[in-house]
Design a protein around this ligand. Sequence first.
Ligand SMILES: Cc1ncc(C[n+]2csc(CCOP(=O)(O)OP(=O)(O)O)c2C)c(N)n1
Ligand code: SF4
Length: 283
Amino acid sequence: MAKFEDFEGRTSAWCPGCGNFGILKSFKQAMVELELEPHQFTIVSGIGQSGKFPHYVRCNTFNGLHGRSLPVATGLRLANHRMPVFAFAGDGDCYGEGGNHLTHAIRRNINVKLFVHDNQIYGLTKGQPSPTSMEGTVSKIQPMGLISESFNPVAYATALDCSFVARGYAGDGDHLKELIKKAVNHQGFSLVDILQPCVTFNKVNTYDWYKERCYYLEPEYDSHNRIKAFERALEYGERIPLGVLYKSERPCYEDRVPAIEAMPLVKQVSAPPVLKELMEEFF
Ligand SMILES: Cc1ncc(C[n+]2csc(CCOP(=O)(O)OP(=O)(O)O)c2C)c(N)n1
Ligand code: SF4
């Protein structure tokens, strides 16, 4: 069985105190407890501080383009649907530039687990407001305050009947680890929006700010009740619920593709020789 240290990747370039460290630790602990070995899963990312995540985990990885972690993850699942695929993205990466991919991954119900590092800011490009920044946020490029309303990812995903919708917090590693395990064990597209303090550029949504507001869903909370889930998903401000907000058991996309019913594409006979010759003409 793999140990925590077996997932050790390269030395991190994140700022000391960044919420990303909590996410990294919880993820590795979850892999250990799920008894997954580094070679047994793949993680993909887009661009941003969150996009560096695959550099810091020893496993199969792919660092894609800004906003494009989900198309890559979808392709990987169709090539080998026996391999768990975890997508990591920033709030700007996923809810901004990659928003359209999110919509269609939810609609298709591709069996990918998406973990969004939601620091309510563009971290890597030095603190511009992102889709989840609160209205009125003051930044260097919005000195009079942000005039757009904030995007609510968990309400959006619930409205789209997303198969698994959860919210975690980078400041509570044990709770986040359990959420990651639940998302991995769920069959279907899973979104875990993770509140992540950015200690360098986001001086509003700090560890103290979250501590005052975050609360845990009660044990008797019914995550299958979509109307109630939507009510909870809309809560953001004075109180912020953490936990599995919504679950909907729907068939996964991979289970409905006839071409991979018998075996994954990677195990199927490779292209006929004539195609190989044609391809070689291009090199
Ligand atoms: C196509 C494209 N557009 C814009 C950029 C510039 N860019 C790089 S990272 C980034 C913002 C990342 O913010 P977010 O996704 O919130 O991640 P964080 O860095 O906060 O983790 C932007 C706009 C890019 N690299 N590629
Ligand atoms: S800029 Fe913010 S998000 Fe990026 S590493 Fe530093 S604290 Fe983390």
